[in-house]
Design a protein around this ligand. Structure first.
Ligand code: NAD
Length: 473
């Protein structure tokens, strides 16, 4: 008969700092043996991940559905397809990414040549989040492997079904001597963070980003921090209103129902134009999600009760709920919140100052569209800033004046699909970037290599430093 484990045994089963130290030691051994550095190994592991996605698509879709009730269409486009594309691109481009870059040399080193060699960093840690639990876990891992590193992935405990599946599938499909998954929450992540890594890529909140960076500093470990913030959308009046409304909806409610780092956080438009915009958003929302959006199968649920209550508290603040002009319904038992629009919520309210990360959308009105710059600049730098306009000068001014991880004109969120663009934040929204070749670079050291011959040995370089030699310089 099986007996229940005692408290002591349960404690022992927990992944702690000793386990983390053993894990890093094993992976470092593998890395030091050169297992992960060959082109063939990198290709085979990325191919294994591509095969895993192909063969286990149904299981992946189910796990993500269990975690977020994400519509299957959304999961397919933003998790399955995007992760698969990352694999495909790495498989196609890896050879060229690995090639050293030629560098120019000055007259002072003549004759010589130089190159920049991309060298794997070593044993790296990827800590991931829950809103795109598959893509945001695997995309950095693909980059780490492409760059020739051994890697540990810590998926988010807030998406437990996907975390469990990732641990199981990666255990089956990739080389366990160099690629591992550690599941867990704060305790397990803290145990991992005590170790010396050669790089940490963290995706999550700025609050925990600070914890990660402080832990990394102890070992002088470099970090890439993929954080969040309040992404604004500025809406001018000289636009195609229907397309604008649809694209705002796509950047808010069809990306995990607003639980997205580059999702629309708030809109800024002019006082005169706000009612037109709200009417069009209302019409389009009804077309997409029906008259009873709480029953729509095309909206993700809120990830858990903690986050639902956090969102509810944003509306509960004094003077906020009476600003609702659309939606506002909530159902704790089903973890659902309807698409909700607010007009001119108090400037000092939480909803106007904290990252919303959910289906609530405040609209701020200004007298002139140019005043939107002041509103955006009054807040920490966002991960993305969007502007809908036909005015070329306004576009130029926006690029010139607004600091953000990315800027997109006349659309939302689509920049993530452009593999030639880096993805990352600035200031409070993060540091460093990844995606495609930028992932490879993030997980590589750019080693400077100078080739000299025995020719060109100038005497001016050596003592004694006579006035004649000085004149020759
Ligand atoms: P979070 O920071 O709470 O959790 C993310 C990860 O950190 C998880 O793996 C978790 O286990 C770990 N963690 C949590 N608390 C910890 C602690 N005290 N010590 C060590 N590790 C800890 O973030 P979240 O709530 O999962 O995600 C929401 C945030 O992530 C938002 O700010 C959002 O904008 C941001 N985000 C950014 C991106 C991006 O690509 N830039 C993508 C998705 C989400």
């Amino acid at each position: 008969a099986t007996t229940l484990p005692t408290m002591v045994e349960e404690e022992k089963q927990r992944f702690d700092a000793d386990d983390a130290a053993v894990l890093v030691m094993e992976l470092r051994k593998s890395f030091n043996l050169g297992k992960t550095t060959s082109y063939e190994w990198r290709m085979s592991q990325i191919q294994n991940i591509a095969n895993m996605i192909e063969e286990k698509e149904k299981d992946i879709m189910e796990a993500i559905y269990m975690d977020l009730s994400k519509p299957q269409h959304e999961t397919f486009v933003s998790e399955i397809s995007m992760t698969r594309n990352s694999c495909k691109l790495a498989l196609k481009e890896l050879k060229s990414w690995m090639k050293p870059d030629k560098a120019k040399t000055p007259l002072t080193t003549y004759p010589s040549s130089a190159e920049i060699v991309s060298e794997p960093l070593g044993v790296v840690l990827v800590i991931s989040t829950w809103n795109y639990p598959f893509l945001l876990s695997l995309d950095p891992v693909i980059g780490a492997i492409a760059a020739g590193n051994a890697v540990v992935l810590k998926p988010s405990e807030i998406a437990p079904a996907t975390s469990l599946l990732l641990a199981k599938l990666l255990g089956e499909y990739v080389d366990k001597s160099s690629i591992r998954v550690v599941e867990g929450a704060v305790a397990e992540t803290s145990a991992l963070l005590e170790q010396k890594w050669d790089k940490i890529l963290y995706t999550g909140s700025p609050r925990v980003g600070r914890i990660v960076m402080a832990a990394a500093a102890k070992h002088l470990t470099p970090v890439t921090l993929e954080l969040g913030g309040k992404c604004p959308v500025v809406v001018d009046s000289n636009i195609n209103l229907q397309v604008t409304a649809r694209r705002i909806i796509a950047g808010k409610w069809t990306c995990t129902n607003g639980q997205a780092c580059i999702g629309v956080d708030y809109i800024i438009t002019t006082k005169d134009f706000a009612s037109k915009l709200i009417d069009t958003l209302r019409n389009e929302l009804e077309e997409f999600f029906g008259k009873s959006p709480m029953e729509s199968k095309d909206l993700s649920r809120i990830v858990n009760l903690f986050h639902l209550r956090r969102l509810a508290s944003l509306l509960d603040e004094d003077g906020v709920s009476d600003k609702i002009v659309y939606g506002g319904q909530m159902d704790e038992s089903q973890l659902k919140i309807a698409p909700t629009i607010l007009l001119d919520a108090p400037e000092d309210s939480m909803i106007m100052n904290e990252e919303i990360f959910g289906p609530l959308l405040p609209i701020v009105t200004v007298e002139r569209i140019e005043n939107s710059f002041t509103v955006i600049k009054s807040k920490p730098k966002p991960l993305a800033a969007y502007l809908f306009t036909d005015d070329e000068q306004l576009k130029k001014d926006f690029v010139q004046n607004i600091s953000a991880g990315a800027i997109v004109f006349n659309d939302t969120i689509l920049h993530t699909t452009v593999s030639s663009l880096p993805f990352g934040g600035v200031g409070e929204s993060g540091m460093g970037s990844y995606h495609a070749k930028f992932s490879f670079d993030t997980f590589s050291h750019k080693k400077a290599v100078l080739y000299r011959s025995f020719e060109g040995d100038s005497a001016t370089r050596y003592p004694p430093y006579t006035p004649e030699k000085l004149r020759l310089l």
